[in-house]
Every structure is written in C-alpha cells, then in structure tokens.
Design a protein around this ligand. Structure first.
Ligand code: FMN
Length: 341
C-alpha cells in the first residue's frame, strides 16, 4: 500500500467486513444500499455484480454511480481478463469504492458464457493472474468471493489450492459461500439452496490460512448466528437473502451487537421517515418511488402491520404519479393493522 492514509482506509473496511451484506443482482443497487445504511452505519455493503466488459468496452460508467453516504461500499466485478479487470478496478477506485471484489461464485448461464463467476474456480491460476493485475492497478483492497468448489471438484483439495494462489497474488480477504455450485442442471436460485453447506470446511480453511481474512457466507439467518460464527473464529460473516428480506432484524442491531457501538437502532417507522427525503429527492429528479421502496418491503417483517406495509407500499408505488406520500399511507396502514391485531 502506498500511503498511511491507504492503510487506515484498509483497516476500516476490514473492520466493516465483520458483517457485510452480500452482492445481489437486481437487489443491492444504490437505493437498497442507502436504505441498508440507515439501519447500520458500520456494516460493509456490496454492489450488484458489474461486469468488467460493460465498464471497459461498453463505457457503462453509470453502473458505478453511488452516493458517498453509502460508504463503505465494495464494488463487485465480474470478468476473467486480467487487463480488463485491472482497468475496471481502476475505474471503481477512482469513483471512490472502498474495495474491489472479484466474483468467483455466481453460477448463472449468462455469467458462464462470459467465463466468469463460479466457473473461474476451475481456473485458479487465471483468478490469481486477475487478482495480481487488479492489485497492481489500485491501492484499495482487492478481495474475492468464491464457492467451496464446482461440480465434481473435491473441495478439500481445490479450495486450499485456490486460496493459497489468490493469497500469493495479493488477495488477503475472501468471502466463501460455503457450498458448491453445480454448473449443469441447477438454476442460479437452486444453486443457492440445494448443494449442501459445509461451514466446517471453511472453518478448517481459517485454521490453515490464519493470515487470510475469511468471511463466511451462505444460509446465515440471524444476527445471533452471525455473532456465533465470529466467536468461533471467522473474521467476518456475509449475509445475503436474510438481510434483504428481513433488513431490520439483521441490520438494525448490527452496530451494537457486532461492532460494539453504543447505539440504539431506529424503529422501523423511524427508518421509513429517515428515508423520506432521499425518496423525495429521487422523485424530484424524475425517478419513481418504487425504485427505492421496492427494497423496503421487508422493513416490518415479523412485526404487527407487516402485511399492510408490504401491500400498501407495493400497490401505492405502482400508481401513476405516485410520490413520497406513499410512505405516509403505508405507515398509516401499519398502525391500522397493528391496532386491529
Ligand atoms: C437475487 C440474488 C442475486 C445475487 N447476485 C449475486 C451477485 O451479483 N454476485 C455474487 O457474488 N453473488 C450473488 N448472489 C449470491 C449472494 O451473494 C450469496 O452468496 C447467496 O445468496 C448466499 O448467501 P445467503 O444464504 O445469505 O443469501 C445473489 C443472490 C441473490 C438471492
């Protein structure tokens, strides 16, 4: 790293990685991240995957847009060409991202056809070459998100080899989705549920590679579970679907319980009110409220009024000309349903 300033930033983002919200295409866009940031000031947030070809060859710079309030945010890149990934990483760093992450875990067909995502686990040397090129291009940390293996690979054999190669290439932090990807015959959705989870294997990797910062990913359902994994020796926990579907449950207690901050989480209704000016600005700039509120449907999950919130918000948001007042309608509906319960 070139400067002390850079070192401080890296240690801050590593601290944030104790709890992260996973990269999720179509879900963790900038509006979702802004919403998640109102729930936790500390957790590390990831972008959706952005492909290096889209940035470098397609010039799709708008894919890098984000608000500084979302920081710390990691940019996840998809790609397999070292020079192209290096260029995309440079673009991400210039835009202000705190970390550049390489996707070696996504099994979708579209992604396979471009030789990136989980299929990269069959080419560990190529991944190492990509990491090295990205590391040489940027000062921010370069990380990898991977599976424990693909198809008929033996994870006990391939995962240590994969990790040691990326470590040698300069990747000191990795998020491991603790199941295989089966590239033939399963949809991306099935690939998040059907191949069995193997947390023990990932725990053994932490013992074999003590210097590698390892975040455990896959199937974590609560903050208590995340805290238990941290106590057991993982450096971080990455949560995907549960954080999106039950954002208050997962994120609102994170600053106190995971990061030891002396802070009290805002109640869901307060979170909605905190988001109000952001949504108003978005609408004033020509956007639709639905683009933001669709990520907030789970805010009251498991609480009285959850159904009324979800229904009112989704119906009202699709009305032509809908504005920020839909939040007030949905909050009234929550109160009504909660009173009736
Ligand atoms: C809708 C959706 C989109 C996803 N998109 C990505 C992606 O862009 N990049 C990636 O590495 N993983 C992606 N994933 C996988 C998640 O990052 C995560 O590894 C997976 O959901 C397992 O974690 P969980 O059980 O906590 O959800 C996606 C998952 C979902 C549900």
């Amino acid at each position: 790293m070139s400067t002390d300033h850079g070192k401080e930033e890296i240690s801050a983002v590593r601290r944030a990685a104790r709890l992260s919200v996973a990269p999720m295409i179509d879900w963790t866009d900038r509006h979702c991240r802004m919403f998640h940031r109102t729930l936790s000031t500390e957790a590390l947030l990831y972008t959706e995957m952005v492909t290096a070809p889209a940035l470098v060859r397609g010039g799709a710079l708008h894919l890098l847009d984000f608000s500084p309030e979302e920081l710390p945010v990691a940019l996840q890149l998809g790609g397999s060409d070292p020079a192209e990934l290096a260029e995309a990483a440079r673009m991400g760093e210039a835009q202000g991202y705190a970390e550049i992450n390489l996707n070696c875990g996504c099994p979708s067909d579209r992604v396979q056809s471009g030789t990136f995502g989980a299929v990269m686990m069959t080419e560990p040397q190529r991944v190492a070459d990509c990491v090295r090129a990205m590391r040489e291009a940027v000062d921010v940390e370069v990380t990898v998100k991977c599976r424990i293996g693909v198809d008929d690979q033996d994870p006990e054999a391939v995962l240590p080899d994969f990790l040691s190669r990326i470590l040698d290439a300069g990747c000191a932090r990795v998020a491991v989705h603790a199941r295989k990807a089966w590239l033939q015959g399963l949809s991306p959705k099935e690939n998040r549920d059907i191949p069995p989870l193997d947390y023990d294997l990932v725990a053994r990797m932490k013992q074999s590679f003590p210097d590698l910062h390892i975040s455990l990913n896959g199937g974590v359902q609560s903050l208590e579970e995340a805290a238990a994994h941290l106590r057991a020796g993982f450096d971080g926990v990455m949560i995907g679907r549960a954080a999106y579907q039950r954002p208050w449950d997962i994120l609102a207690g994170a600053d106190a319980e995971i990061f030891g901050k002396d802070s009290t989480a805002p109640e869901p209704g307060d979170v909605a009110r905190i988001m109000r000016p952001y949504i108003a600005d978005h609408v004033a700039a020509g956007g639709r409220p639905h683009q933001v509120t669709r990520h907030m449907l789970g805010l009251f999950a498991g609480r009285p009024g959850a159904r009324a919130w979800r229904r009112t918000l989704s119906e009202a948001a699709s009305r032509p000309g809908a504005g920020v007042e839909i939040l007030d309608e949905a909050l009234d509906a929550v109160e009504g349903e909660a009173r009736a319960a």
